[in-house]
Write a protein that binds this ligand. Structure first.
Ligand code: AMP
Ligand code: MN
Ligand code: MN
Ligand code: MN
Length: 276
């Protein structure tokens, strides 16, 4: 039987709506046979996910999505097949989590200055033991009717240049790739079309990514258009990067995006799972 892969998704360990077990259960129901859980800057959901995966007979790939800084641009680097206990990775994650926690306080302070009080308490409560992300702030703004959609929360408050935006220096691109590689994993450039970068910048970033040991690029992502897949395929070919597929699923309420519901990978590319 052909495998169905989904190598990018989120649980309550970061900004996903489902617990790791609920997520694995849903992936299984959707026919996914190989799933990577890739929460933002944390591996804390993996143990629960692994247990749930062993019950339903799904293959779980230990993963993470690290925020990285490259020339003032934030890029997301997915690590696949990592050893979540490797000290280099564990230390790196701890640094990222400190950055996240401090950034969350600063975002809340900025919102407070815009007469939006109580954000920090609300996002801390919502995130629980998981990582706080801007999605939590978007949910807070939505719940308190400062905006009417998540997208509006980003457009009016949380995106670059907006009043609640905090410029953040994450670990460098090379560092994040090094942590992943030391932990035995494969570094994959996440959703290359989502940054809205020029091809010139993206090619420079991918050259640096490859130089530092990056091996893969997401070619098929959730809801990607044919054009986006075509451009991503070209990056994969040009930089000789293995091709990955991942929905970036966060929330079952988003009916347009489902686990495992992905376009076919162009058949001339080498799939990243050849490296597993
Ligand atoms: P952070 O890593 O804390 O900056 O949060 C980034 C997360 O916010 C992403 O992984 C998405 O889940 C979400 N996000 C970012 N931009 C948008 C947007 N324009 N609309 C909706 N969600 C977004
Ligand atoms: Mn997210
Ligand atoms: Mn991302
Ligand atoms: Mn993601």
């Amino acid at each position: 039987m052909a495998e169905i892969y989904d190598l990018h998704c989120h649980s309550t360990a970061s900004d996903g709506a489902l617990s790791p077990s609920e997520l694995v259960q849903r992936a299984h129901e959707q026919g996914v046979t190989v799933l990577a859980l890739t929460d933002h800057d944390t591996v804390s959901g993996l143990e629960e996910a692994r247990h749930a995966a062993s019950i339903v007979g799904l293959r779980l790939i230990d993963g993470i999505e690290l925020s990285a800084s490259y020339q003032n641009q934030c890029l997301h680097i997915v690590g696949l097949n990592i050893d979540p206990r490797h000290p280099a990775l564990v230390n790196g994650i701890a640094r990222q989590q400190t950055i996240r926690a401090e950034r969350a306080k600063k975002i809340a302070d900025k919102l407070e200055k815009k007469r939006i009080p109580g954000a920090y308490q609300a996002v801390s409560l919502a995130a629980g033991n998981g990582e706080i992300t801007r999605s939590h702030f978007a949910d807070f703004l939505l719940a308190n009717r400062y905006v009417t959609t998540q997208q509006e929360a980003f457009d009016r408050y949380l995106s670059k240049g907006k009043p609640g935006y905090v410029p953040t220096i994450w670990a460098g691109l090379e560092e994040t790739i090094a942590w992943i590689k030391e932990a035995g994993g494969i570094a994959v450039m996440a959703h290359p079309m989502r940054y809205k970068l020029t091809a010139k910048f993206m090619n420079r970033a991918l050259a640096a990514f490859k130089q530092a040991g990056g091996q893969g690029i997401e070619v098929v992502t959730g809801r990607a258009s044919d054009d986006e897949i075509r451009f991503s395929r070209q990056y994969s070919v040009k930089h000789q990067l293995y091709a990955s597929v991942g929905s970036d699923f966060h929330n079952p309420e988003n009916q347009w995006l489902e686990l495992g519901r992905l376009a076919e990978l162009p058949n001339d590319l080498s799939p990243v799972w050849e490296l597993f």
